[in-house]
Ligand binder design. Structure first.
Ligand SMILES: [Zn+2]
Length: 358
């Protein structure tokens, strides 16, 4: 039992709460009615079992492939570390082993203070032995509530962090366009993380389900930031749930180039001319056995580029032209006029005045 180790005198607990308005961050798309973050810090950690039985001091640490190793002490049950956490010899202590060595009885003075008192002396390394357990460990929780549209689709997800995570637990539910709720727990629930995901790959695990654009995706205890071909099929997958996909076939676009590369000239209202190369393309979109839509696009490139911003020129893009123009001999002229209009529109958006370029 760890209870025989001395503890610090009880510290006073102050819970601190604040909110942050994220609504002004929505620059594109519709602004939701509400987008606000809520934070509570200084909340006591719920560690009833450890308060009753004492902490379980256990060796924690890492062995990097470059030969660097570190060992410190943490509680195998709640994850709390003594203060200081200790700086133990990696050749003497194995990760996961019960720590049976001595504890310091009081927290040593921080090096900053020591430097002021004993001027010009080198900063001492922290002691090798772990210090006392914190008596009133606290942590924070946070949430973000969005009412109104944010991202498309709908989904629900629970994350269990890894030993390296800033947030032990996090979860969200979002239903477009109603809103979304995100919550995270910092160090609260660390015993859950230690119990479920104490692996040394240091990857968070997620369980979730989402629907977006006719596709259902699931994650079942999947690594959040990576996947492997060795993962079982059920861990991470998706399925198309749009019935039209099965009745009419997949929705695809198909491009047919109709011309060779054709020279063209874009005249801008500032009096400059820009030589470009164009190709006329016919695009059909639709399901294999469904109705198709046809669009006519001119794909263009400019070697020199057309300046639309102080720091950027556009060197090519695709621009839509009408069917009538596409079927006439004047498609390239119509495309050049549309490119000129687009360039002027971009210059207005970026506040770029053509006279400044001359
Ligand atoms: Zn504990």
């Amino acid at each position: 039992m760890g209870s025989e180790h001395s503890a610090l005198p009880a510290e006073e607990i102050t819970v601190h709460g604040f909110t942050v308005n994220y609504r002004k961050d929505h620059r594109r798309g519709p602004t939701p009615l509400l987008d606000r973050g809520y934070f509570l810090s200084g909340l006591p950690r719920l560690i009833a079992l450890c308060q009753l039985l004492g902490h379980k001091p256990t060796i924690d640490g890492y062995d990097s492939k470059y030969g660097k190793s570190a060992r410190w002490v943490s509680c195998a049950r709640c994850g709390i570390r003594p203060n200081p956490q200790g700086r133990l010899d990696a050749t003497q202590w194995a990760i996961g082993q019960r720590y049976t060595g001595p504890f310091l009885t009081e927290v040593p003075q921080p090096p900053e203070k020591a430097r002021q008192l004993e001027d010009a002396k080198p900063v001492p390394l922290p002691p090798t032995e772990p210090g006392p357990w914190p008596t009133n460990p606290t942590s924070s929780i946070g949430a973000q509530l969005i009412i109104g549209p944010s991202f498309g689709g709908a989904g629900i997800e629970l994350k269990v962090g890894s030993p390296a995570s800033e947030q032990c637990l996090a979860a969200h539910v979002r239903i477009h366009p109603l809103g979304a709720l995100y919550v995270h727990t910092e160090n609260h629930g660390q015993f859950i993380q230690k119990y479920l995901n104490n692996s040394t790959d240091w990857e968070s695990r997620v369980i979730g389900l989402s629907v977006d654009q006719g596709t259902l995706r699931w994650k079942v205890w999947a690594r959040r930031d990576s996947s492997s071909i060795h993962d079982p099929w059920w861990m991470n997958g998706s399925i198309n749930i749009d019935p039209r996909h099965y009745l009419l076939g997949p929705n695809r676009g198909h491009c047919t180039p109709l011309t060779e590369k054709t020279p063209g000239t874009v005249y801008l209202p500032d009096g400059t001319r820009h030589d470009i190369t164009l190709t006329l393309e016919r695009w059909t979109h639709g399901r294999t056995r469904g109705r198709k839509t046809t669009r006519w696009m001119a794909d263009w490139t400019s070697r020199a580029g057309i300046p639309v911003r102080f720091d950027r020129s556009v060197h090519g893009a695709s621009i839509e032209i009408g069917e009538e123009a596409a079927k006439s001999g004047q498609w390239a002229q119509q495309a050049c006029a549309a490119i000129a209009a687009q360039c002027v529109q971009d210059r207005v958006r970026y506040g770029y005045e053509a006279s400044a370029a001359a």
